[in-house]
Write a protein that binds this ligand. Structure first.
Ligand SMILES: Nc1nc2c(ncn2[C@@H]2O[C@H](COP(=O)(O)OP(=O)(O)OP(=O)(O)O)[C@@H](O)[C@H]2O)c(=O)[nH]1
Ligand SMILES: [Mg+2]
Length: 345
């Protein structure tokens, strides 16, 4: 059944792709084999992250960007990550409505992704869904995420270009969020440029970018965020509702992609993103296995009780669990449990 699904996806069957995404979203065990076989067919799409505060106009912008890319002969995938928070409960319906203009185009594949309760969180599910759409053959894949907390940073670890959308009149808010957004934005879009205060906001962002580059704060330092070298993020004004400025925003994103390719930064970025993904997976798997063993033997609950009763501190208890259950020697039938001390000095 999985072979058939794979073949159908690679042959461009949209229903097969939708089915695969549902498997991924549900954390279905069948998804992992499918992803293994999709992997060699992926890695070709231009993945663009679109992030920003709730209601900034991200979906409206994405709709226009998609249309513009279509006019230029590119096929498009859109993943709208719904953080499933009570504050954005209407996001899913809203996205559908606002992306109507490209919704019927077979050259555009749109999927809203509910991530509530997904193992490994937003980034894991999103990464896998993007991979499926990539293998399916879309030229450009946009990931829309609401920039709250970690989500905005996580999207930058998946995207080649990260577009940060802000709106005029955020004032002190811009200051407050600058630490997060300045480092990840490759292109800044000031949307709702029909509103008052747009030039002031442009100026504020430009000033922060100046400051950031002087402090060396824009040099890629976090895994997956490398590749800023020599790139000054452009600040573009748009009115997503009318489409004004959207072409300029698209051109800015493509210029960034060109820059990454020309300087060799793309290869470095993909490597550091790949390493981060691998590290996250290993950390997740390792923790899962160690904890499962600790739980099965009752050690986890015993140590938890000891921590709560103040007989041991949590750091030492964690070390204890790692010592008892983290070693290779603990694998079935491979000698004594190092925790009994016999294998150690
Ligand atoms: N005045 C004005 N309104 C806009 C503009 N772009 C979008 N809007 C409106 O802003 C509202 C929010 O737009 P969305 O595209 O849903 O914003 P979003 O960032 O995707 O929202 P969430 O996904 O819920 O975070 C809608 O009512 C849009 O019509 C613009 O350029 N100017
Ligand atoms: Mg939206």
């Amino acid at each position: 059944m999985h072979d058939q699904l794979l073949e159908r996806i690679l042959a461009g069957d949209r229903r097969a792709l939708a089915r695969a995404i549902t498997l991924i979203e549900n954390g279905d065990p069948a998804a992992r084999n499918l992803l293994r076989d999709l992997h060699p067919h992926s890695g070709r799409a231009y993945v663009v992250g679109i992030t920003g505060p709730p209601g900034a106009g991200k979906s409206t912008l994405v709709d226009h960007l998609a249309r513009t890319w279509r006019e230029r002969g590119r096929t498009v995938g859109i993943v709208a990550v719904d953080p499933s928070s009570p504050f954005t409960g209407g996001a899913l319906l809203g996205d559908r409505v606002r992306m109507q203009s490209v919704g019927l185009d077979p050259g555009v594949f749109i999927r809203s992704l509910a991530t509530r309760g997904h193992l490994g969180g937003v980034s894991r599910a999103t990464a896998d869904v993007v991979k499926a759409i990539d293998a399916f053959g879309k030229d450009v894949i946009m990931i829309e995420t609401v920039g709250v907390g970690q989500a905005e940073v996580e999207v930058a670890t998946l995207a080649r270009t990260t577009v940060v959308v802000v709106v005029p009149g955020m004032g002190d808010d811009v200051q407050a969020i600058k630490a997060g957004i300045l480092e990840i934005g490759d292109v800044f879009v000031i949307n709702k440029a029909d509103r008052d205060g747009v030039d002031r906001t442009v100026m504020e962002i430009e000033m922060m970018l100046d400051l950031g580059s002087r402090e060396g704060g824009l040099a890629g330092r976090d895994g997956g965020l490398a590749g800023r070298e020599g790139w000054r993020p452009p600040v573009v004004k748009t009115i997503a509702q009318t489409g004004e400025g959207v072409e300029a925003a698209l051109d800015a994103a493509e210029r960034h992609h060109r820059h990454l390719k020309d300087t060799g930064a793309l290869a470095a970025k993909l490597l550091s993103q790949g390493e981060r993904e691998l590290r996250d997976l290993v950390a997740g798997f390792a923790a899962g296995r160690i904890l499962a063993r600790a739980e099965a033997g009752g050690d986890l609950s015993a140590l938890t009780e000891a921590v709560v009763a103040r007989r041991i501190d949590p750091y030492s208890a964690a070390e204890e669990i790692l010592t008892r259950f983290g070693g290779a020697a603990h694998r079935a039938g491979e000698g004594p449990d190092p925790a009994d001390g016999s294998a150690r000095r």
